[in-house]
Design a protein around this ligand. Structure first.
Ligand code: G6P
Length: 623
């Protein structure tokens, strides 16, 4: 996920070193967000310097020479590629035709293609492959049409759809940095002799702890001694001269003093990355959904005419693949099977040019998944990567790529990348269902609307289930074993729940189809043996009751993740996470949340570091 820093000084050298050096330090504090390129721009009353490059800060520092540049106002950026590969040209800052307006951006501008076409029609020349470059050109265009610098910026911001945190310098106003936020984070840091703008507090924590968090749909600017915040209350998507309507915001009650340590600050105040990343799921899902339409459009016809779709993945990515295979089959009537990457070779003799192989991998580097793709390609199948890392080996080696946009995941146990993968596969299944007319319009609309509302449901579910997960953790931490049972889509969610508990709390946890539990697993169940049931809706709810009864009769401690509207079933369980009822087909990325939280809190209760589980690696490049 990109990192932004912007600084305006009240007077030259206010922070006792060249502004380029200060920006470098701030960007280094944002390195934990993950990035592939770095850049900065420094303005003073009569000059503008822009330096940028692919690579890590320490590697490219000699070339960029941060320390050699000074100024009164500057922006810096670490880019985590989403639109356009990592390269010097695609690195931020990006500029307009006259190279007088510079922009750094975090997020995805969904309508950039239509804006770019319009701007090209009006004579603008683009240099990069990024979505971001439309922003400086839009500002340039509105200034050309007669607007002043700040109004042109606000007008440009009001035209953007998607997610964004923006920091902009216009050399006609060198003492200001304009900003705008929608979904992507942005905070202001204040001190007497300088004002900061950043994606996250750690960027400037060495200089100030006095912060204001910018809210969605806010625009404004910082100067060396002032902050102006306005709320964008009306948007018009027309490239015309109607200024957007904004209301001035009184932010005095929003100024906070942060007492975090720098280490805590990197984790956004959370004690571990795993917890931070669990909490980032609403944003991971929203960003992923915002960019899928174009990528998925390209594959509908190809998948639809295939004989079958094989979805391969390892670990958590296999569980997402499993969800995907059920949904492709249930919603779009596509023959699909999920296969664990390392087991794919036992099926490959039957793979041919009539197959599509979708390879799911957050890192895009897992060797077992890569080998499965290479073999499938050799046999003539169409290969599609579903990955979180742009230009990863998997993306490069597959015919087509669909990206999840969860941002970098630091915790070894995957959380937000799982929900992003599940959401991407759900979107694919729904798009295929629409393309193949396999669902009624009502059902299709109901599912699409629920998918769109998922970020909100996920957010409220985290708040609603976290206290129970924390309190149940002390009970689970005293156990040696646990079963996770489910039916249908509840099964891959259960498998992922069991994996999380194993990975970070080192408790032996196994998942089975609930109906299968009586064929062996039940032999181990005795007094107090924890058995989790993940029930996504009334279909699996009715069926599962007999499995619950069987477990209870042996003294099991039964715990449910269950929708609130199945209240007649709640009484069967010792404990329950009561969930918002959503359609069964979109439930998996919501119902995994209590499992993730419980695994996290159990690990912490037992004194383990959930970010670095023993014997595990984030990216596995050996067979
Ligand atoms: C490792 C990680 C897991 C991950 C799996 C697959 O085992 O510890 O969290 O699910 O690899 O990784 P991928 O990058 O292919 O999704």
């Amino acid at each position: 996920m990109c990192g932004i820093i912007g600084i305006v000084l009240r007077y030259q050298r206010a922070l006792s070193k060249p502004l380029g050096s200060v920006i470098k330090g701030c960007l280094k504090n944002l390195e934990y967000r993950g990035y592939d390129s770095v850049g900065f721009a420094l303005a003073s009353s009569n000059s503008l310097v822009i330096r940028k490059s692919k690579g890590k800060i320490d590697e490219v520092d000699v070339k960029l020479a941060f320390d050699d540049f000074d100024g009164i106002c500057g922006v810096g950026h670490t880019r985590w590629a989403t639109h356009g590969k990592p390269s010097d040209i695609n690195a931020h800052p990006l500029t307009d035709c006259s190279k007088r307006i510079v922009v750094v951006h975090n997020g995805i501008i969904e309508n950039y293609l239509e804006l770019k076409e319009e701007l090209i029609r009006r004579g603008h020349r683009f240099e990069s492959e990024t979505d971001t470059e439309v922003v400086p050109h839009l500002i340039e265009e509105f200034k050309k049409l007669g607007m002043n610098s700040y109004d042109a910026f606000k007008k440009a911001a009001s035209l953007l759809r998607g997610t964004y945190a923006l920091a902009v310098i216009d050399t006609d106003e060198p003492g200001r940095i304009y900003f705008a936020r929608n979904t992507s984070p942005l905070v202001i840091g204040i001190r007497d002799d300088a004002t900061f703008l950043a994606s996250d507090i750690p960027a400037f924590i060495d200089y100030t702890r006095k912060v204001i968090v910018i809210q969605d749909d806010e625009v404004g600017y910082i100067s060396g001694s002032d902050v102006r915040i306005e709320k964008l209350v009306s948007k018009s998507y027309e490239v015309d001269l109607t200024p957007p309507i904004c209301e001035l915001v009184d932010y005095s009650s929003r100024i906070r003093h942060i007492d975090w340590t720098p280490e805590m600050a990197k984790k956004g105040g959370y004690p571990h990355f795993m917890l931070k990343e669990i909490h980032e799921q609403p944003q991971a899902i929203a960003s992923t959904l915002s960019s899928l339409a174009n990528e998925v459009k390209d594959v509908l016809k190809l998948i639809s005419k295939a004989d079958r779709v094989l979805i391969v993945g390892a670990g958590t990515s296999y569980h997402a693949s499993f969800v995907g295979s059920i949904l492709l089959s249930e919603l779009a009537e596509v023959k699909s099977h999920a296969i664990i990457s390392s087991e794919m070779k036992w099926y490959s003799r039957s793979v041919d040019e009539c197959d599509v192989v979708i390879a799911v991998s957050q890192s895009g580097e897992t060797i077992d998944t890569l080998l499965a793709v290479r073999e499938a390609r050799r046999r003539g199948a169409l290969t599609i990567a579903l990955t979180n890392v742009i230009d990863s080996t998997l993306a490069r080696e597959s015919h087509l790529t669909i990206y999840t946009r969860a941002g970098p995941e630091v915790g070894v146990a995957a959380t937000k990348t799982f929900s992003a993968q599940v959401v991407a596969l759900t979107y694919l299944a729904l798009s295929l269902a629409e393309y193949r007319s396999t669902l009624s319009t009502n059902k299709l609309n109901e599912l699409k609307n629920s998918l769109r509302s998922l970020p909100d449901y996920v957010s409220s579910t985290i708040s609603a289930t976290e206290p129970r997960a924390r309190s149940l953790a002390s009970l689970i931490s005293s156990k040696q074993n646990a079963y996770y049972l489910g039916r249908g889509l509840g099964l891959p969610v259960s498998m992922e729940g069991a994996l999380k508990l194993k990975e970070v709390a080192y408790i032996h946890a196994e998942s089975y189809p609930a109906g299968e539990s009586k064929h062996g697993p039940i032999a181990l169940v005795d007094e107090g043996f924890p058995v989790f049931f993940t029930i996504l809706g009334s279909n699996d709810g009715e069926l599962i009751i007999s499995n619950v009864e069987e477990m209870k009769a042996r003294g099991a401690l039964t715990i449910a993740v269950i929708p609130s509207n199945l209240d007649r079933i709640h009484k069967y369980f010792n404990y329950a996470f009561i969930m918002h009822p959503v359609p069964y087909e979109v439930a998996p990325s919501l119902y995994i949340i209590p499992h993730q939280l419980l695994a996290y809190y159990t690990a912490v209760t037992l004194g383990y570091d959930p970010d670095k589980p023993r014997n595990l690696a984030k990216t596995v490049t050996v067979v």
